[in-house]
Design a protein around this ligand. Structure first.
Ligand code: FES
Length: 582
């Protein structure tokens, strides 16, 4: 039987051991400047001397639409930090809006991670509260925090209110794709489409389907980095403010306890995250992000782990895009704590969290709605929320979310129709004379980590307009891209290695037969190995001219999808010396 109590750490830190004391507690020339410049900002010595200094890493901006409540939440967090006898300082970081940052926020996840790590390292802080939620901001801030390894707590942004139009409930992303297909098929009007635009995003907070944002904030909590239950609280709920204040209070205690990410995340917590990811039918993006986070902490994880856990964990969360409900319903049904309670036989209850252990965090949790969080014998899918496929066009693997696909496509053979760029594909799918049937296999390449660049969410290739009008709503689609966590369909993603580095996806030609058999975990191009090798050798990837700057650095250092897309020089758990202060 797993233990459920907190393992005591031997001792608490003393004031002189606090990192910030190197800036403020000394009596040299530099510390004079550190103190006097605090006073320049209007603080008295009593405000900041003899206390922990807590950084609040805030991913707010005027273009971070999901984080518009962060200026208020900063005040809530600061209230908690003051209450607990510490000194709060806000440190703004790259905001990374999923909507506005192009070509894709994924291009900048590692930049934010790097920024967070160096913000913490270079400033006089003893611990941090990380404020994130909109897709990449969660893994990025946590990756940076893990690498810096000071006490940290993640404050999730929380999901927005549910959307609606014309008496119907709308879910972020998922219903956009769904109704766009209906618009293209001519079954809804332009006026209805415009009404949806106004009704789908009604408040601060992240996408309220089980997309990438909710998947990643849930995973952050299950890994142990957030207060129990925090990731399910809607952004606009008064409980969210209270949680922010509690996070502020808790981080101060964590500093005295010296409770660091390395004390929290280990293989047990990563396995817990794999369990919950599957129970949620969470976003495929989690594979890239959880892999990158685990590797930052030196925890071993393989792509096949996602599949192995998918086989033993039922999908019991009835949330869109794989189910029916939205995050607000999940919260009212008991949220992530209730979900974990229902699956406690599969979890390591002794895994550490910012507030004790997973077991302690869910001790009194209950499920209040069995349709939202299903009993095990009424699961959405008994197993198989995620499948990892291998084959001659994906030797390092690729991924599909079987519950989100039409069943007929899970064992399918069809001729390829290949696109080398998103523009080429867009033009083709809008062509009513396109030579395509519902049995074709659509292939998009040059959309991976280097080819995109940044592995954009292009993997839910649009169904050709001609087929939409015939009533087709799903086709087999293969790419080296990612797809939004709110997307659905028979989309095979993250093909690794990508075409841009001469992965065998580059060898596919129009008309080649491709077989996908999810039950066998296989993907196969019906072309001989010799012919594939010959075609790849002949193939010239589209030119990428990045003579300078971040794009150039990205293309040189990003790793492939199955490895988490981190930069090669940022992986690993080795510490970097503290900065000298002279
Ligand atoms: Fe911010 Fe979806 S756009 S979470």
């Amino acid at each position: 039987m797993a233990k459920t109590t907190t393992e005591e750490k031997p001792s608490r830190k003393s004031l002189s051991e606090l990192r910030s004391q190197r800036w403020f507690g000394a009596t040299d020339l530099r510390s004079f400047g550190h103190r006097s410049r605090m006073m320049q900002m209007g603080y008295a010595l009593d405000d900041f001397m003899g206390k922990p200094v807590i950084g609040i890493i805030n991913t707010w901006s005027d273009l971070a639409q999901c984080h518009t409540h962060f200026p208020e939440r900063v005040k809530d967090i600061k209230r908690g930090i003051w209450q607990a006898g510490a000194f709060p300082v806000e440190l703004p970081a790259l905001s990374l809006s999923e909507q506005y940052v192009k070509p894709t926020s994924m291009l900048y996840r590692n930049l934010l991670a790097l920024e967070v790590e160096e913000l913490i390292r270079s400033h006089p802080v003893d611990g941090v509260v990380l404020m994130g939620g909109c897709d990449k901001t969660t893994p990025a801030t946590i990756m940076g925090g893990i690498s810096m390894n000071l006490p940290m707590i993640f404050m999730p942004a929380g999901p927005m209110m549910r959307g609606h139009f014309g008496g119907r409930i709308l879910g972020s992303g998922s219903d956009v794709w769904k109704y766009y297909a209906e618009k293209e098929a001519g079954t809804i009007t332009e006026k209805q489409w415009n009404d949806m635009e106004a009704g789908i995003a009604r408040s601060a907070g992240t996408c309220m389907t089980m997309g990438t944002a909710s998947t990643m904030t849930s995973i952050a909590e299950v890994l142990g980095f957030s207060l129990p239950g925090s990731s399910s609280i809607p952004a606009g709920d008064a409980a969210h403010s209270r949680m922010a204040t509690a996070s502020g209070r808790r981080i101060v205690e964590m500093v005295w306890e010296d409770l660091k990410p390395s004390d929290i995340m280990d293989r047990r917590s990563v396995e817990n995250a794999l369990v919950i990811h599957n129970a949620l039918a969470g976003s495929t993006n989690a594979m890239v992000h959880l892999t990158a986070m685990a590797k930052r902490g030196g925890v071993e994880i393989k792509l096949t782990d996602f599949d192995d856990f998918a086989q033993k964990v039922p999908v019991i969360c009835n949330l869109r895009p794989s189910g029916q409900w939205l995050m607000e319903d999940f919260f009212i049904a008991g949220g992530i704590r209730a979900l974990m309670k229902r699956l406690e036989h599969l979890l390591h209850l002794d895994a550490r969290t910012v507030a004790g252990t997973i077991g302690e965090g869910i001790a009194d949790a209950e499920v209040y709605d069995d349709d939202v969080i299903r009993p095990l014998d009424k699961a959405i899918a008994a197993s198989g929320g995620t499948a990892i496929l291998y084959g001659n066009i994906a030797p390092d693997g690729c991924v599909i979310k079987p519950p989100a696909a039409e069943a007929r496509l899970l064992n399918h053979t069809g001729p390829a129709i290949v696109f080398d760029s998103y523009d080429e594909m867009t033009k083709a799918v809008n062509d009513l004379d396109l030579d395509v049937t519902k049995d074709h296999v659509m292939v998009l390449r040059n959309a991976g980590p280097i080819g995109g660049p940044g592995m954009p969410e292009w993997g839910m290739l649009p169904i050709p307009k001609k087929l939409l009008k015939e009533g087709v709503r799903d086709m087999l689609r293969i790419s080296d891209a990612r797809m939004s966590g709110t997307s659905y369909g028979a989309c095979i993603l993250h093909v690794s290695p990508e075409a841009a580095i001469r992965g065998p996806l580059a060898a596919v030609r129009n008309g080649d037969e491709i077989t996908v058999d999810v039950s066998r975990r296989s993907i196969h191009l019906h072309v001989s190995d010799e012919e594939i090798a010959r075609r790849v050798k002949e193939w010239t990837p589209p030119p990428r001219n990045y003579p300078r700057g971040y794009y150039r650095m990205f293309a040189r250092h990003v790793k492939q999808a199955h490895e988490g897309c981190d930069f090669d020089y940022l992986e690993g758990a080795e510490g970097i010396p503290e900065p000298e202060i002279h």
